[in-house]
Design a protein around this ligand. Structure first.
Ligand code: BG6
Length: 630
């Protein structure tokens, strides 16, 4: 999962690209790099031929670490007279986190450089062949193989007499065709962006996302400026129109005009511009100390956004679900837990047999998928590779796809037969909070609409949004969770037990604590306690219970007493106190939506634990916001 970015236009390219990379940092922040085309008319012995484009040097700078942590940038970088460049923020897949392995990677003669998002699954074979051909490698990355392969394809291009041979081994020929031929040999999900020293940008997509943003038209068909990126958010304030590049397409600038090519057929294809209104996207903390707390506090807003969705769309989808043969919900990570809660709500309220599957491991289902089935994918980015791969297979088998996605123009929403957008606003913290809450609130409402009780469902969510708002503005609640966080943050093992509507809630609480505190937390069904977990119950072991006044209440209280009897420290999230709780985290009684209420204190608790430990709350170690590689 990396972030790629490119810019060509009248503005200072380095500043635009650095800002874009900061907005893409959630996709990976091991290291970052930038390459700029530098106007250099004093290049010795060359008078650029008219129409040949301005010859430029490429200036490349790379750093280990997160771009967001850089306080002062290299002065030269900011003052360079450059109007074109590319950038990359990395989540290492092949090759350690070093400056050498950081992107962009340059051709041997520095005539072009490249950044990649994805994994070249056949890079060892390609590397062996290239080594046999005499190419040298400086890095352990799969990315460098793409660069050398393009060089090799370049060397096979029919030579055109060049007006001036700048350097004996200067690569001539058509970079575009070389990129295209090399790209066709790559296996795996890869998106690349290439900057050449004529100030040209070429990008190709197969898998990881690629969006192009266009500034106002300098003249008909010629945009004044062009942005390339892994997501829309990173250039949102500067553009009105976007073009989403599909798998198997290349995009390049030709005399400042945008051309899109079908890679296989090598034919240019028409494209349409999509309007976006992300200008209002606030990507600042707005007074909060971390994005995570800001985004948790936006939970009431996101639930109201669920209510703002077009009810007709819900009804059409509800009808389709009632007719469906099999219904699957699918996701990875937090979205996978949301998928499971959505399936729960479809069963319990919609009375339909929905089952959740794990995005990264559903091979055993492939033979069962077929026409008449529906697969529902909740996803923040809409780009999770594991899930996309399953959706593509399911679609080919005639399964109808539904998605509930937060990033406009994302692959999942573009491939869906039923598209829902959470409109939760940008979620910057790698740990998903408000989007998870949005996803399960949407699943609840969908269940209610299917049962013909959509109105009641909307009423309940409206009240829930108000209750969560009250809960989050109370200093007393934050103080209680902060004090509890201090006690738990230095613990070793934390258990979370829940049942029925709260089972996925304690699993999500587990994920939040693990992601933010790097502590081993374990969310398990309360009913499983006596089958294995009880052996670990002893004095001082913290056990968090999410409790609702529902059919599972007595069973859960039995489990509370059983761990209590073995000396464990019991923390109860519930509307009412209980004599067996050592710590009670009171929440409003929100009836059918109790589980959605219960996730809020767990998210806040996980937040304060991460803060207590001094961790990078918005960018926890080793993980990224969007997993666009398998
Ligand atoms: C993980 C994120 O890497 O990917 C989670 O940390 C997210 O927050 C999961 O839920 C799946 O990503 P997405 O974009 O499909 O929700």
């Amino acid at each position: 999962m990396c972030g790629i970015f490119g810019y060509s236009g009248p503005k200072n390219a380095s500043q635009i690209i650095l800002e874009g990379l900061k907005r893409l940092e959630y996709r990976g922040y091991d290291s970052w790099g930038i390459a700029l085309g530098i106007q250099n008319s004093k290049f010795p012995g060359l008078a650029p031929r008219s129409g040949a484009g301005k010859i430029q040097n490429l200036f490349v700078e790379k750093h280990v670490g997160a771009i967001g942590d850089i306080k002062t940038f290299n002065f030269k970088l900011l003052t360079l007279n450059s109007h074109v460049g590319i950038g990359h923020t990395r989540w290492a897949t092949h090759g350690g986190i070093t400056e050498v392995n950081a992107h962009p990677h340059c051709s041997s003669d520095k005539s072009f450089c490249l950044a990649q998002n994805g994994i070249v699954e056949n890079y060892q074979k390609l590397k062996q062949d290239l080594v046999k051909l005499g190419y040298k490698f400086q890095t352990q990355t799969d990315t460098e193989v793409i660069v050398r392969l393009i060089e090799h394809k370049f060397s096979l291009q029919p030579r055109r007499p060049s007006a001036v041979s700048l350097r004996p081994n200067r690569l001539q020929g058509n970079l575009m065709q070389s990129v295209r031929e090399a790209f066709l040999e790559l296996e795996g999900r890869n998106t690349i962006i290439v900057l050449n020293n004529k100030g040209g940008i070429i990008a190709a997509r197969n898998g990881s996302p690629l969006v192009v943003g266009l500034g106002s038209q300098a003249r008909p068909g010629v945009p004044s400026e062009v942005y390339f990126s892994s997501d829309t958010l990173s250039f949102a304030p500067f553009v009105e129109k976007i073009v989403v590049i599909d798998n198997g397409q290349m995009v390049y600038l030709k005399n400042h005009a945008l051309e899109i090519l079908d890679i296989k057929s090598n034919k240019t294809i028409p494209y349409s511009l999509e309007k976006i209104n992300f200008k209002s996207s606030k990507v600042e903390k707005q007074g909060y100390s971390h994005f995570m707390l800001k985004e948790i506090c936006e939970s009431p807003y996101v639930i109201r956004q669920v209510l703002n969705q077009n009810l007709k769309q819900y009804q059409i989808f509800a009808k389709a679900l009632k007719r469906a043969k099999n219904i699957y919900t699918i996701g990875s990570g937090t979205a996978g837990i949301a998928a499971s809660q959505i399936a729960f709500y479809l069963r319990i309220f919609g009375k339909i047999k929905a089952q959740s599957v794990i995005g990264a491991d559903i091979y055993d289902y492939f033979d069962l998928l077929g026409k008449g089935d529906v697969m529902i994918a909740p996803s923040q980015s809409g780009e999770t590779a594991d899930v996309l791969e399953v959706l593509e297979i399911a679609k080919r088998k005639g399964v109808k796809i539904a998605s509930y996605v937060n990033m406009p123009g994302s692959t999942m929403s573009r491939m869906s037969d039923y598209k829902f957008a959470s409109n939760a606003g940008p979620e910057i913290c790698v740990m998903s909070t408000k989007v998870f809450t949005s996803q399960i609130a949407w699943g609840y409402l969908l269940g209610k609409v299917i049962s013909g009780k959509g109105k009641v469902g909307r009423e309940n969510l409206k009240n829930l949004a108000d209750q969560i708002e009250q809960y989050l503005v109370s200093e007393k609640n934050h103080r209680l969770l902060k004090n509890l966080a201090k006690k738990l943050a230095h613990g070793k093992d934390i258990f979370l037990l829940g049942k029925y509507q709260n089972l996925n809630i304690v699993k999500e609480g587990m994920v939040k604590i693990i992601e933010g505190s790097y502590i081993h937390a374990h969310g398990i069904p309360a009913g499983d306690l006596k089958h294995y977990a009880i052996t670990l119950m002893e004095k001082g072991v913290p056990v968090i219970f999410a409790v609702s006044e529902d059919v599972s209440f007595d069973d859960v209280i039995n489990a509370v007493n059983q761990v209590k009897a073995r000396g464990a420290t019991v923390i109860g999230i519930s509307a009412k106190p209980h004599s067996s709780f050592d710590y009670h985290i009171p929440v409003p009684d929100s009836g059918e939506t109790s589980a959605i209420m219960n996730i809020i204190p767990l998210q806040v608790l996980a937040y304060y634990m991460a803060v207590q430990l001094g961790h990078n709350v918005d960018k926890p170690r080793n993980i990224a916001k969007s997993v666009t590689v398998k």
